[in-house]
Design a protein around this ligand. Structure first.
Ligand SMILES: Cc1ncc(COP(=O)(O)O)c(C=O)c1O
Length: 432
């Protein structure tokens, strides 16, 4: 068991049991029931402390055994709120992995700071601690390690660096729910942890959504304010995301003591979130089961050109995706040929890894604030050494990215799993 609040152990479920709990189209009876409750309640914007957003935030905080859970409408907004509430701004640097969704780096730019990209560990694909160490400067204000593909990075080493150098650690767990790191639930390690409910994630709030968890009362309050238009009176308490009507209707009421955006989650999203949260163990267990099936095929077929992901001792991987390294030389074919044959056998797509973020055109042109002519592209208060982003900044990822194969783990029925696994088996046999 990960903690006493996880009621079903997701690591020890049999497939019949798992898939019985997964509605094939990801929307079950409870989801519909909770959405109906919202519909019947109307869509007023009055404060409703017992409303659906409050219920979802309370349940999420309970599941992760934390004090505060602050819902957002995306897992990008969550990280921007976390950085702003931590006081990250012009002149600061924030270390992020080069293998992540661009959002992890974009939010750094959005608060006027400078992203510094760290390379990955070639075995786990997580941020490389030694490269982080090399890239720390006196301007480093925060780090956002990512639980990439569902696996936690080496948090103990990163926390040591954070405390030695006095910067904050914010977990990006967009791809990791109920994972663990050395006995700790991922989400309770950093100053705060961000989760995404975008449609491909373990659980979704209807296609988009996000949440931040933290145990720090003032930090939770500031995150809430940044996510809800800087309203002066808000707090991190569940559902406290709007100002009560009687208060805000008074002509003397001063509303805003901070800059803030509208990143609030809607009640309808929260309804879906609450229902999905209730079956989260099964949603995670399904992904772990699917990963185990792929791995079994690779081992049974003695495939020496597809290298399964490595899980360090003491971690539980939650397999947002099952990611292998393809050895093109041993296979005698390239990634594209492999993908084509896999699809021809019924494989439902095979994703590549994202381009290293620092090599994306936006980081090459650095046109962050409008036109090319609007230099300097970083805030003039920045006095650090990052002048641009280059090939060679993160050599391990740059070399490896084109050989990564992301196999889907989002199938909601056992038949769909069997089809994908058989497509992989046929592909391996064809090339062996
Ligand atoms: C690692 C990672 N970080 C951040 C995000 C951003 O989340 P969202 O799409 O909810 O804004 C995503 C997902 O898309 C992600 O996979």
């Amino acid at each position: 068991m990960l903690n006493s609040l996880v009621t079903v152990d997701p690591w020890e479920l049999d497939p019949q049991m798992i898939f019985r709990h997964l509605p094939p189209n990801r929307c079950g009876e409870t989801d519909v029931q909770y959405m109906k409750e919202v519909l019947e309640d109307g869509f007023g914007n009055t404060k409703d402390p017992a409303g659906m957003v409050a219920r979802f935030e309370t349940a999420f905080a309970k599941k992760f055994d934390v004090e505060f859970a602050i819902s957002h409408n995306s897992g990008s907004g969550t990280m921007l709120s976390c950085l702003l509430a931590a006081g990250v701004g012009p002149g600061d640097e924030v270390i992020v992995p080069a293998l992540t969704a661009a959002a992890t780096a974009f939010v750094v730019i959005e608060c006027g700071a400078v992203p510094v990209f760290a390379d990955i560990d070639p075995e786990t694909f997580c941020i490389d601690v030694e490269d982080v160490r090399r890239k720390i400067t006196g301007l480093t204000k925060a780090i956002i390690p990512v639980s990439i593909y569902g696996l936690a990075p080496d948090y103990n080493a990163l926390l040591t660096l954070a405390s030695q150098h006095g910067f904050v650690l914010i977990e990006d767990n967009a791809q990791c729910f109920l994972g663990s790191y050395k006995g700790k639930v991922v989400g309770r390690i950093g100053k705060a942890a961000s989760f995404s409910f975008q449609g491909s994630k373990h659980m979704t709030t209807g296609g988009d959504g996000g949440i931040v968890v933290t145990n720090e009362v003032e930090y939770a309050r500031d995150i809430r304010k940044h996510s809800s238009q800087g309203f002066r009176t808000l707090s991190g308490r569940a559902g406290d995301n709007t100002v009560p009507r009687d208060q805000r209707q008074d002509w003397s009421f001063e509303r805003h003591d901070r800059l803030g955006y509208n990143f609030r989650m809607s009640a309808m999203q929260a309804a879906l979130g609450l229902a999905q949260l209730e079956r989260l163990e099964y949603l995670v267990a399904a992904r772990r089961y699917i990963a185990a099936r792929y791995e079994t095929v690779i081992r049974e077929e003695k495939c020496h050109w597809l290298h399964p992901p490595v899980v360090p001792e003491g971690c539980t991987h939650t397999y947002w995706s099952y990611v292998c390294k393809l050895d093109e030389r041993a296979l005698g074919r390239d990634w594209r040929a492999f993908r084509k044959y896999f699809i021809a056998q019924g494989g439902d797509g095979l994703y590549s890894a994202w381009k290293p973020v620092h090599l994306e055109p936006i980081f090459q042109t650095m046109t962050f604030f409008g036109s090319r002519g609007r230099a300097p592209h970083f805030d003039p208060r920045y006095k650090g050494n990052v002048k641009g982003y280059h090939q060679g900044d993160c050599p391990v990822l740059e070399e490896m990215q084109k050989y990564l194969c992301q196999f889907k783990t989002s199938m909601q029925t056992k038949d769909a799993v069997d089809r994908q696994v058989e497509a992989l088996r046929k592909t391996i046999r064809f090339y062996s």
